[in-house]
Design a binder for this molecule. Structure first.
Ligand SMILES: Cc1cc2nc3c(=O)[nH]c(=O)nc-3n(C[C@H](O)[C@H](O)[C@H](O)COP(=O)(O)OP(=O)(O)OC[C@H]3O[C@@H](n4cnc5c(N)ncnc54)[C@H](O)[C@@H]3O)c2cc1C
Length: 349
């Protein structure tokens, strides 16, 4: 059982900044995300797009914003459960919540901050017979650890950035990589398309376009994949099939946690602290709703700052906390690191 002060569901930009605000209050955080990496929509949908409305950043790539947030929270040493979807929540008589993931990992905390954005990203699954039978027996929708594919035969399917990027990366790890795409043109970045075509030309990978996966064959695990192309049908020996057709966000199990839901979002008290109707559970960022809500990153940063001030009282009942500027108090990380305020430069106010 993983114990923490603040359990954060969703490691998007708002979930990540929650770690920082918790850290300032000397509260330890643990993040759960269904994706195998942090960053939420910024990492999954638009890492290379510039954002123009983050205060003090005239322009910042979404991926760089995530990297900066990760750096900013480093001193507070958050722990992660990645690639697992939070599935159930229970509250015990001591007031602690237990949140369990699909994989059965259990987390215990007095405060739960839901920063679930548009919901957990679920893979778009192609309509192939027996696909679900082979899940975890050769069919993977995410590449969590490239090492898993070392010296294995891998078939990737898709035409976007993920399919291209993983084809390139796994080409130096796997015994054989085949990329199947139903068109001849790709949607991904031009330099990645160029690289994939180059790898195919030099025989490092096999590229089959105008083709689709039609059949999965195996007994206890995947053994062969049936591919239909303009040249006809063929059976390819493969240990893994990785269909990468994008991800769809779904509010998912959180919708059944007894929280007040309106228009597919969690209703919160925006006049006070972004708390939900269940004491100890807060909802911040894109996942919440209240009159006048704007689904923007900066709104989420503000919401979670207030939520944490309120959460502090639940974790430390009766203890007073006075908000101090970081310029005055500096930052003391849980790793012992210190960012000191420069006293000599302080104005007396
Ligand atoms: C193309 C595009 C451009 C955008 N441009 C801007 C912009 O210019 N400026 C701006 O401010 N905003 C912009 N946005 C919106 C911005 O990305 C969102 O407001 C922001 O990502 C919300 O952050 P979040 O942390 O609340 O949620 P998200 O980024 O959605 O992250 C939520 C995370 O929670 C996880 N999760 C959800 N449910 C579960 C569960 N049950 N278990 C485990 N994990 C779960 C998800 O996997 C996800 O990683 C843009 C969005 C898009 C799509």
């Amino acid at each position: 059982m993983i114990q923490t002060d603040v359990l954060i569901i969703g490691a998007g930009p708002v979930g990540l900044f929650t770690v920082f605000e918790a850290g300032l209050l000397k509260l330890k955080s643990h993040l759960i995300d269904a994706l195998p990496y942090p960053g939420g929509q910024c990492s999954e949908i638009y890492p290379k797009k510039p954002i123009f409305d983050i205060p003090a950043y005239p322009e910042v790539l979404a991926g760089d914003l995530v990297n900066n947030l990760l750096k900013q929270i480093e001193p507070f040493q958050p722990n992660y459960t990645l690639g697992e979807r939070a599935e159930t929540i229970e509250k015990d008589e001591e007031g602690f919540f237990t949140v369990s993931t699909q994989e059965g990992t259990q987390h215990r905390s007095k405060v739960v901050i839901i920063a679930g954005g548009l919901g957990s990203f679920e893979p778009r699954k192609p309509p192939i017979p027996d696909l679900s039978y082979f899940e975890n027996k050769g069919v993977d929708y995410f590449v969590k650890d490239p090492e898993k594919y070392r010296n294995k035969k891998v078939l990737i399917s898709g035409g976007g950035d993920s399919a291209l990027d993983w084809t390139i990366q796994l080409s130096s790890i796997a015994e054989k990589v085949t990329l199947i795409h139903r068109r001849n043109e790709f949607r991904g970045a031009l330099d990645s398309v160029e690289k994939v075509r180059q790898l195919a030309k030099s025989g490092i990978i096999t590229l089959i376009t105008n083709a689709e996966v039609k059949q999965l064959i195996g007994t206890d695990s995947l053994e062969q994949i049936g591919v239909r192309s303009l040249e006809g049908d063929q059976l390819l020996t493969s240990d893994y099939f990785i269909p990468l057709f994008g991800l769809l966000p779904k509010l998912g199990p959180i919708a059944n946690w007894g929280l007040e839901i309106e228009k597919n979002a969690i209703k919160v008290d925006n006049a006070l602290d972004y708390s939900t109707n269940v004491k100890g559970i807060y909802a911040v960022g894109d996942v919440n709703t209240y009159p006048g809500k704007l689904k923007l990153i900066l709104s989420g940063f503000h919401e979670t700052t207030l939520a944490l001030q309120s959460a502090y009282q639940i974790i430390n009942p009766g203890k007073r906390h006075t908000m101090k500027y970081t310029t005055v108090n500096g930052i003391t990380g849980f790793d012992g690191s210190k960012k000191e305020a420069k006293k000599s430069e302080l104005l007396s106010i």
